[in-house]
Design a protein around this ligand. Sequence first.
Ligand SMILES: [Ca+2]
Length: 540
Amino acid sequence: MRKILAMILAIAMLLTAMVIPAVAEETDWSSKDKIKITWTTYFTSLPTEDSHFIKFVEDKFNVDIDMLPIDDSNFNEVLNTYILGGDTPDVIRLKDPGQFVSYVESGELGVLDMDVLRAQAPSICAAIDGFKDGAFWDYGVVDGEPYGIPAVAPGNIYHLPVVYNQTWLEKLGAEVPTTLDEFHDLLVRFTKEDPDGDGADNTYGLSSDGLRVLWGAYGVNPGACDGRTDHSYFQLIDGEVKYAATTEQYKEALKVAADWYKEGIIDPEFITGENTGGYWAISNSLINHRIGMTVRGNYYHWVMPGAYQLFDEEGNLVDCDAGAVAKEFLAVNPDEKVVLGQPVTGPYGMGVKSWNLLAQIYCFSKDATSNPDKWERICAIMEYMDHQYVTDRALYTDYYETLYGEYGKYWIWEDEEAGVARTTAKFEEDYPGFASTDPWGPTQWGPTLPILLPTKGNQWATSIGYEEGGIVNLVQFSLPAMAENQSNITHLKDTWMIDFITGAKDVDADWDAYVAELNAAGLDKMVQEAVDWYASTQAE
Ligand SMILES: [Ca+2]
């Protein structure tokens, strides 16, 4: 008996010894000097100094947090005044990553000690390492030196939705297309076979946003021609940095678009775009039966009611509601449905635009990075507060239990099996102003991570293959020449796109004039800058 007990104890000790290195080392911060840290975060109105989250961070990490009063609406301008006044905040959640390189070049930011970051913020580093082979670290590197931590908007892992009017498909006895030829055939049928059944010749295949499927089948995203969200798309093509809208692939695709226009399957109103007002993700052209498909918004905007199920507060599985745009569609067409398809396969593979994944860059004052005590503390705080984004169940649960308290009051499992929590109706009632706008305080202290929490909605998007086939912008923030010229260049690009498609210009005969006009407006400078930036991120 004793022997067995001794053996069990020995095994238990062995197990303990094996487990210890895997658990993050707990530092007793109270034994260290108290330090003051100026921090910036997301809020729309100022949190109180003794808000729940600020107090928590101050107590746990033995720091005095000065949360700077820079609200989101004029963040860039106010941040600038701090920096110009010599008061660079210690922790900068840089809302416009386009400012990052110029801040580095004017000497305002500190170089990160990556060894300390890796030791104190293992979850953050592991998440960035594990996403696209760590490629996003490059956004924080200037001339081979690390100055920033990329914050990723993980929902943008899913490409833009390829939306079809399912009721029209059913009426025509057609399937969701998978090749460019099938896609074209369907557009012809949407145009010629009266899919809305009103007896009038008043429908088209697609409009400006739907053309993204054609561009994607040629491997590029030159943007829709309504210009609003498609500035400066750069892609790595055959190892070279290219501006998408001057590539040979785009030129080839434009010829197809011009043919389609002649054929009458593109809505002539594509020139002004599909959204005639209201919420940005709405395609009025699709909702109002002008066209049969679109590529607009995000997948969750178009989810039909009951597409998947999720848990309510009592833990019962219930049908999901319609997404924001699906709701508008159903209000006009209560007996119809939309369905989400994939990009189609064409001459250069398949793909469709993804929104930028780079949301912000976290960067730091020289004082923060050169003072080892301060840098260590900042890294540890970001790590702890970022446990809200991780899939490690123990860290994630600890975060909720420690910060939101007793289970059931302010937080519950949205899906316990999947490990996704959410706040309760009681929480929304007690703290009605999202995140930092109330005595609860700011919840965002470190970069959002490229980890997609398996919410029921995200599980559904993954199940329909929406993580695959996105065309990603290589330069996800604006460099200086880009910032200066891109509005004008995008406008020219859009005007020429319309002229090429409608036949006002000829793709072969006028292509050189098009490229020359963009270059005269600064495109060549912008491309060179992108090439140089990309090379600088590759330097050791
Ligand atoms: Ca009709």
